[in-house]
Design a protein around this ligand. Structure first.
Ligand code: GDP
Length: 319
């Protein structure tokens, strides 16, 4: 497969980043500016309701972007996904369908759709190659979200096949970084633990409770690495197959809890609430396709975790 058949984007092209206040969208915008893009537009819910088809079409008509990064989605951790599957399915299907329809109507030539590693079957070979897509049943706690994202991948392929659009999909592993949601119950594991351990240090608590058994393994990518990978793909990748974006190594949730404890200076006890779901046992991505087009991550988990914990401490200290 020739994966490097595209030329770098024109830095004066108008780039629309949907989901501009989210963790990924906000950092993609910073990277676009750093790379010399002169016409970058960020869209979030106050600008346009992407769940509304007419509003989305009208908005695209007013901006007329040449390039779109779709980082707009309803996202959340295992508990939010498990308890509100209807919203995770419907909102994500609506957002991406409206966005693709509007992008196609104004002739967007390059579009990057961001999916998630949860699109792959629950018991995939590890590390998970892109070819594992649609080869087995999904993890139940986030199957609604996963199906919406799978529909996005198929939509991107379909626009390519039927209309010749040079649209692409990237499948990032669990993303983290400054600016994430640190909600105690709705967020993903890494920010949730930073908050819980930080609060334990502040209150002098001797124990922190972490969900599940601690045995599931997860791979984490810093949002700066993900944003850099997105821009690299837009410059160098043009193929119907999605591209995994990961860092190549994973940790157990028990190891992650110890790393977070070290990062925030918690020295007490860690206990496990096994009434909470573990989710999928492991989802380490095979990133050889991305490596093959010349990109690799730069931020080590321990360093990224420390920076994110510091950012969180500063942001709660400031409020
Ligand atoms: P997932 O990767 O889609 O399963 O999403 P999460 O980031 O929400 O959860 C990853 C793993 O961390 C699961 O095994 C959870 O049980 C575990 N976990 C442990 N403590 C927490 C917590 O406080 N919040 C979340 N979201 N997950 C936790």
């Amino acid at each position: 497969m020739d994966m490097t058949k595209t030329v770098p984007l024109d830095r004066s092209a108008t780039v629309l980043v949907a989901g501009s206040t989210g963790l990924v969208g906000s950092v993609v915008i910073r990277h676009l500016h750093e790379q010399g893009f002169t016409s970058v537009v960020g869209a979030h819910t106050a600008d346009v309701d992407l769940t509304d088809p007419a509003a989305t079409t009208e908005y695209f008509d007013s901006i007329r972007p040449a390039v779109v990064v779709d980082a707009a989605a309803r996202v959340g951790g295992i508990d939010a996904n498990n308890s509100e599957p209807v919203e995770f399915l419907n909102d994500n299907l609506r957002i991406q369908t409206n966005l693709f329809t509007a992008a196609h109507a104004v002739g967007v030539d390059r579009l990057l759709f961001l999916g998630s590693s949860c699109i792959y079957p629950k018991y995939s070979p590890q590390p998970i190659p892109e070819s594992a897509l649609l080869t087995g049943p999904l993890e139940e706690t986030n199957d609604a979200y996963a199906i919406a994202k799978i529909a996005g991948v198929i939509a991107v392929r379909s626009y390519r096949r039927q209309y010749g659009r040079r649209w692409i999909s990237a499948m990032p592993t669990n993303v983290y970084g400054p600016g994430d949601s640190f909600h105690p119950t709705r967020s993903h594991v890494l920010p949730a633990l930073i908050r819980r351990f930080h609060e334990a240090v502040e209150s002098g608590a001797e124990e922190v409770v972490v969900w599940g058994t601690g045995t599931p393994r997860r791979e984490f990518i810093h949002v700066d690495d993900l944003a850099a990978a997105c821009l690299h793909l837009l410059d160098h990748y043009d193929d119907p197959e999605p591209v995994n974006v990961g860092c190549g190594t994973d940790v157990s949730i028990a190891q992650l809890a110890s790393l977070v404890a070290d990062a925030v200076g918690f020295t007490g006890r860690i206990t496990w609430d096994v009434s909470k779901p573990d989710g999928t046992p492991r989802k380490l991505l095979d990133t050889s396709r991305l490596a093959g087009i010349g990109w690799k991550p730069a931020i080590d988990l321990v360093d990224g975790l420390r920076d994110t914990a510091r950012w969180y401490a500063d942001s709660v200290g400031a409020s």
